[in-house]
Design a protein around this ligand. Structure first.
Ligand code: NIG
Ligand code: FE
Length: 422
């Protein structure tokens, strides 16, 4: 017999329906909307989602949502969570007109965060990671992807991945771990990109695979970073070592990144601000999801990805923060929803699907996460609103009333209340 039944009653549940594949085209706009709903769960797993008051098992712990909106916990499928330092010193250059790539090429940008990350101890990275995870949780995120990529040597990349793993053990958040040694050429290999790629393939990828600290491998495919041929070589080597694949594609320059992602059937191709018509077509024919990062467009003051064209072509869309110290220094998923509404012109249902079920697909967690359906994990948010449109319209305020993770309340009125496991 099950014990520990809990129920949220009097809820306005809006949830994706998992169709077994990422939601694309018309499906991207369809949600299940249940007023006066009851959500029953036990041992962290959803047992029932019903309209109206239902007969609850004896002894069920009942929580009244008072008509508030309840959605699945948000899944942020693209962050550079673990890094040392910050880059507010770049604002001056940005405002004088220096581009992201000019700062990068002048030894600022990623290289400066690599220095700060290498100077941090693992424990410092864990501590900083935990603080950010608390912020994310308080904002309604219950699962996050975390990339390494500011270490750029075997030892330093493993340090970052280990820090993410330790933070995950201490925190209620689920973390999906990604190795991104191909984020930039390591300082030791300046002027010797080929040498660094060889080192990545022959040493770093096998060592990270051996460590079991990462599930995905990601590459920054961009003009001046890794080109199409190099990105393909790195991703194929990673696949041979058992990694699932992701790709930073067509972020700044349109160079066929989306086409490469589709060709390799990567789980997700991310950014896509400069995707071409051919790239959209290639992605629509593949299994690859598009992870769109409007916070980066906002912060780099660049074009937004052509999401409406992609939805029309049948490409499933997920949304993420891209939280990192250079191109999107914010972990606020709620702001991403506001940007998606205003600048990607997505409707509230498309947005909800993009930051729950589709983002769960983008990190290969859709069998357990991303929708409030029987058998899935009881990860959900009770919002200070009775409807979904309000969330995407009203910006700059944290709308979270409560966050529940694995069937336990972990945030109350914006305050994190779990006991940290030390
Ligand atoms: O996703 N594109 C590459 N990586 C990050 C930026 C990293 C940084 O500037 O530190 C991004 O935009
Ligand atoms: Fe990124």
């Amino acid at each position: 017999m099950r014990s520990g039944y809990k129920a949220i009653v009097n809820a306005h549940i809006v949830t994706p329906q998992d169709l077994g594949v990422p939601l694309a085209g018309e499906h991207q706009s369809s949600v299940r909307d249940i007023k006066n709903a009851t959500l029953l769960f036990a041992d962290g797993i959803i047992i029932d989602v019903q309209q109206g008051p239902v007969d609850l098992p004896a002894g069920t712990e009942i929580h009244d949502a008072q008509g508030c909106l309840v959605t699945p916990g948000l899944v942020d499928p693209h962050t550079h969570l673990i890094h040392g330092g910050s880059r507010e010193n770049e604002i001056e250059y940005k405002l004088k007109g220096a581009s992201y790539m000019q700062i990068h090429n002048a030894g600022g940008g990623i290289a400066s965060t690599v220095r700060a990350t290498r100077e941090s101890t693992k424990d410092q990275l864990v501590k900083k990671g935990l603080r950010i995870l608390d912020n994310m949780l308080a904002l309604g995120v219950t699962t996050v992807e975390s990339k390494s990529g500011y270490g750029l040597s075997t030892r330093e990349e493993l340090k970052s991945l280990q820090a993410a793993r330790e933070a995950e053990i201490k925190h209620p958040m689920d973390i999906v771990h990604t190795f991104m040694g191909a984020h930039s050429v390591a300082p030791e290999y300046q002027g010797n990109r080929t040498g660094y790629i060889k080192h990545l393939i022959q040493e770093m990828i096998p060592a990270v695979a051996e460590s079991n600290l990462a599930e995905f491998c990601d590459v920054f495919c961009e003009k001046g970073v890794f080109n199409i041929v190099q990105s393909e070589r790195i991703l194929k080597a990673a696949a041979k070592h058992g990694f699932k694949l992701k790709l930073h594609a067509d972020e700044i320059v349109s160079m066929g990144g989306a086409e490469l992602g589709a060709k390799l059937n990567v789980t997700s191709a991310d950014h896509l601000m400069a995707i071409s018509a051919a790239g959209i077509e290639a992605m629509a024919k593949s299994q690859t999801l598009a992870v769109i990062l409007p916070g980066t467009s906002f912060y780099l003051r660049k074009e937004y990805a052509p999401v409406q064209k992609m939805i029309k072509a049948g490409v499933p869309i997920a949304l993420a923060t891209d939280f990192n110290p250079g191109s999107c220094p914010s972990e606020n998923m709620q702001f991403i929803l506001n940007l998606a509404y205003l600048y990607l012109r997505m409707n509230p249902a498309q947005i909800l699907n993009a930051c729950t079920i589709n983002s769960a697909y983008a990190v290969d967690r859709a069998t357990t996460l991303g929708s409030l359906e029987v058998g899935k994990q009881a990860d959900f948010v009770i919002w200070n609103s009775d409807n979904l449109a309000y969330l995407v319209y009203r910006f700059g305020t944290n709308h979270v009333k409560q966050v529940w993770k694995n069937g336990c309340k972990v945030v109350e009125e914006g305050r994190v209340i779990y006991d940290q496991i030390s």
